[in-house]
Ligand binder design. Structure first.
Ligand code: AMP
Ligand code: MG
Length: 319
C-alpha cells in the first residue's frame, strides 16, 4: 500500500506519537517531526543521513507562535515576518532555552518560518507543538517537490507522506540571519534578494567556506543529481566537447537544437523565473532517471530568482 495520503488526522496522530511524516510546503517537501521529541528529531537525522552539525528549520503556524521559539526579534526581522509570512523566508534568531540543542546543532540561534501551504498550515494549527522539517531527501541529493519524489527516497523508511500536490515555489526558502540586528542572507532561495531589500533596504550576502558553514545549505556540493552535471553559459560548446556520451540538457528558455542531445527539458519558454524555479528539481529528477552520461545545465540571467536558481545549479554541479 502506498504511504502517500491526504489524511491530515492520521498525520496528527503519527506526529503526536513521535513518528515522522513528510509534509508539503510551497518550497519543497519536508521530513517533519515534533521539535520537542528527541526520538523524532534523531530519526530525522538518521533517515536523511544528515550530519548532526546541520541545524533544522522550525515550522510554526503563524507569527503569533514566534515568541514561544525565540527570545528576541530585531525590528527588521519583524518587518520581514510581517511582509513574507506565511511564505519562503526563514529567520535565524536568538533561541529560547526551551528549544532543544539537537534542532540548532548547539547554536544559540534557531531558524524558523511559517510555510505557505494550506494543508501544512492546517496540520500545524491542529498540533500542540511546532515541526522541525528539513527537506525530505537524503543528505546532499536533489530536493523533492512532489510526494512521488519523497516516496522514491523514503518508501519503507517512513509511515506517511502527506500529499499536497507539486510545490509551487520549488526551491528552498531564503534564510536571513541577523548580525547586530542587521539582516544577512545565509542562503538565497525562493524569495528574491530584491524582494527582501524592498522591505529592509540593502542586505549583505554571506558566503562562508565549507569549514565554517553558517548555513549548511551553503555546502559546496548539495542538491546534486547522481549523473555528472555541468553548468555553463554556452551549452553548444559543452555538447561538442562531450559528443561521445548520452547527453541531457536543462535549458532556460530556448530549446537547444543539436543532434547529440538525447533528452532535454526547457524550464520556461517565456523566460519566467518563478516557473523555472518551480520546475527546477523535478527537471533534475527526470534527467537523473534517464541514464545519461552527462547533464548540461544552462546558467540563468543573474536577476531575481535567477540568482537563487544559479546557486542551486552550481551546488548541483560541484564534484
Ligand atoms: P533544509 O531544511 O534541508 O533546506 O536545511 C535547513 C537550512 O537551514 C540549512 O541550510 C541550515 O543550515 C539552516 N539553518 C537552520 N538553523 C540554522 C541556524 N541556527 N543558523 C544558521 N542556519 C540555520
Ligand atoms: Mg535540504
Amino acid at each position: 500500500m502506498s504511504i502517500i495520503s491526504t489524511d491530515i488526522a492520521k498525520a496528527v496522530e503519527l506526529l503526536t506519537n513521535e513518528e515522522l511524516v513528510a509534509i508539503p510546503t510551497e518550497t519543497v517537501y519536508g521530513l517533519a517531526g515534533n521539535i520537542y521529541s528527541d526520538l523524532a528529531i534523531k530519526a530525522i537525522f538518521e533517515t536523511k543521513q544528515r550530519p548532526f552539525f546541520n541545524p533544522l528549520i522550525v515550522h510554526i503556524p503563524s507569527l503569533k507562535s514566534l515568541s514561544s521559539i525565540v527570545s528576541n526579534v530585531p525590528e527588521k526581522a519583524k518587518l520581514l515576518a510581517e511582509a513574507f509570512w506565511p511564505g519562503p523566508v526563514t529567520l535565524v534568531l536568538k533561541k529560547k532555552n526551551t528549544i532543544p540543542d539537537l534542532i540548532t546543532a548547539g547554536k544559540n540561534t534557531v531558524a524558523v518560518r511559517v510555510p505557505n501551504h494550506p494543508i501544512t498550515l492546517e496540520l500545524l494549527n491542529r498540533l500542540p507543538f511546532p515541526l522541525a522539517a528539513p527537506s525530505a531527501n537524503p543528505f546532499s541529493s536533489i530536493s523533492p517537490t512532489t510526494a512521488k519524489h519523497v516516496e522514491s527516497y523514503f518508501d519503507h523508511k517512513i509511515k506517511m507522506i502527506l500529499d499536497g500536490g507539486a510545490c509551487k515555489s520549488g526551491i528552498e526558502s531564503t534564510i536571513v540571519g541577523f548580525e547586530d540586528d542587521e539582516p544577512v542572507i545565509y542562503r538565497l532561495g525562493s524569495t528574491s534578494l530584491e524582494a527582501i531589500e524592498q522591505v529592509v533596504g540593502k542586505v549583505k550576502i554571506k558566503n562562508k567556506k565549507e569549514s565554517n558553514v553558517e548555513a549548511p545549505g551553503m555546502l559546496a556540493r548539495h542538491y546534486a543529481p547522481k549523473t555528472r552535471t555541468i553548468l555553463t553559459k554556452n551549452i553548444i560548446k559543452v555538447i561538442e566537447e562531450n559528443s561521445s556520451g548520452k547527453i541531457g540538457v536543462l535549458a532556460f528558455k530556448n530549446t537547444i537544437k543539436h543532434e547529440n542531445v538525447t533528452f532535454q527539458i526547457v524550464l520556461s519558454e517565456t523566460a519566467n523565473m518563478e516557473e523555472a524555479a518551480s520546475k527546477l528539481y523535478d527537471a533534475l529528477h527526470q534527467l537523473d532517471e534517464k541514464n545519461l552520461d552527462i547533464i548540461i545545465a544552462e546558467k540563468l540571467p543573474t536577476k531575481g530568482l535567477g540568482k537563487s536558481i544559479n546557486d542551486r545549479l552550481s551546488r548541483a554541479t560541484k564534484q
